[in-house]
Design a binder for this molecule. Structure first.
Ligand SMILES: NC(=O)C1=CN([C@@H]2O[C@H](COP(=O)(O)OP(=O)(O)OC[C@H]3O[C@@H](n4cnc5c(N)ncnc54)[C@H](O)[C@@H]3O)[C@@H](O)[C@H]2O)C=CC1
Ligand SMILES: O=C([O-])CC(=O)C(=O)O
Length: 327
């Protein structure tokens, strides 16, 4: 077998970790022929629980799992990693906004960004799931100036999958009948799923539904789905978040074959989104490089919604600057 791909997961003893690790180890990330070395970071008090999770990983006898390293020192755990999934952070509770977590979680990403900058492999790809994901990714990026900015992404694939599933259900079609759907902006309740550039069996999705359904039902339901899960489960989304984290990283590493997916990436100024902010865009991936889909027509409604969500990103950026977490 070839040299294992080193995949770091932070917050590995948490609830997303408990779904994520077993899927990565079983080949869901890179397929059955690519051996994986898992490098798992936790805070010191959670290492004992993590040891238990590693015992369970052993007990699965996954053919693709070559090795597991655990620890509480980011520089040791991130040494030589090719992919880093930064999940470890406090989840919100009922009644909180994701931005309420900025002060509590933001600091985690200064140290982890700096450690990745020192010891990760040259080809490292970094995906932040821990909330508020877009701004935490911005913090990590700002603290790792030697890693190219485009290697820092944040997760809006869960929102994408929710949007896809809800649209397909409403129209009574298969999710595979939907193309071009994407989330724009921040992973908060201002996010915008654009149905004007989405096609369902070749037809524009917005033409197949009532305009009132888009504004009053669809957009708010997609945008507040995380809160609805917390209310129902008493805990935030875990299995679906793990699934989306794998979807994003797999597509980034292996390509999308022309398919459009939602990725939060550092803006290059496309569509008027302020350069440097980590915002969700429609993207495709080829040869390990993503591209923001260009040339889409945005109507006035879409432009307003995207601008409102990007304003939230700018405000979070200003807050973390005030907290001294970015330069
Ligand atoms: N972007 C998205 O779509 C989604 C993001 N999330 C976010 O993912 C994060 C994790 O969620 P859960 O796994 O449910 O939380 P959890 O509380 O079950 O697990 C978090 C784990 O992170 C660990 N941790 C805390 N600080 C750490 C550090 N400095 N280094 C390494 N590990 C650390 C904790 O010990 C804990 O084991 C939360 O911030 C949550 O809001 C959750 C769902 C979707
Ligand atoms: O809503 C939350 O706090 C967890 C999350 O990000 C999601 O499920 O989208």
């Amino acid at each position: 077998m070839s040299t294992p791909v080193k995949v770091a997961v932070t917050g590995a003893a948490g609830q997303i970790g408990y779904s994520l690790l077993f899927r990565i180890a079983s080949g869901a990330l890179l397929g059955p022929d690519t051996p994986i070395e898992l490098r798992l970071l936790e805070i010191t008090p959670a290492l004992k629980a993590l040891e238990g999770v590693v015992m369970e990983l052993d007990d699965c006898a996954f053919p693709t799992l070559a090795n597991v390293v655990i620890g509480d020192d980011p520089e040791q755990v991130f040494d030589g990693v090719n992919a880093a999934m930064l999940v470890g952070a406090m989840p919100r509770k009922e009644g909180m906004d994701r931005a309420d977590l900025l002060a509590a979680n933001g600091r985690i990403f200064t140290g982890q960004g700096a450690a990745l900058g020192k010891v990760a492999a040259d080809d490292v790809k970094i995906l932040v799931t821990g909330n508020p994901a877009n701004t935490n990714a911005l913090i990590a990026k700002s603290n790792a100036p030697d890693i190219p900015a485009e290697r820092f992404n944040a997760l809006t694939r869960l929102d994408h999958n929710r949007a896809l599933s809800m649209l397909a259900k409403h129209l009574e079609v298969a999710v595979t009948d939907v193309e071009g759907l994407a989330i724009w902006g921040n992973h908060d309740d201002s996010m915008y799923p654009d149905l004007y550039n989405t096609r369902v069996n070749g037809k524009v999705a917005a033409d197949l539904v009532d305009e009132a359904w888009i504004t009053d039902t669809y957009i708010p339901t997609v945008a507040t789905r995380g809160g609805a899960i917390i209310k129902a489960r008493g805990l935030s989304s875990a299995a679906s978040a793990a699934n989306a984290t794998i979807d994003h990283m797999r597509d980034w590493m292996l390509g999308t074959d022309g398919k459009v997916v939602s990725m939060s990436v550092p803006s290059d100024g496309s569509y008027g989104v302020e350069e440097g902010l980590i915002s969700s865009f429609p993207c495709t991936v080829a040869d390990g490089q993503y591209s923001i889909v260009q040339g889409l027509e945005l109507n006035e409604f879409s432009k307003e919604r995207i601008a409102a969500s990007v304003a939230r990103l700018a405000s979070e950026r200003d807050q973390v600057r005030e907290l001294g977490l970015i330069g």
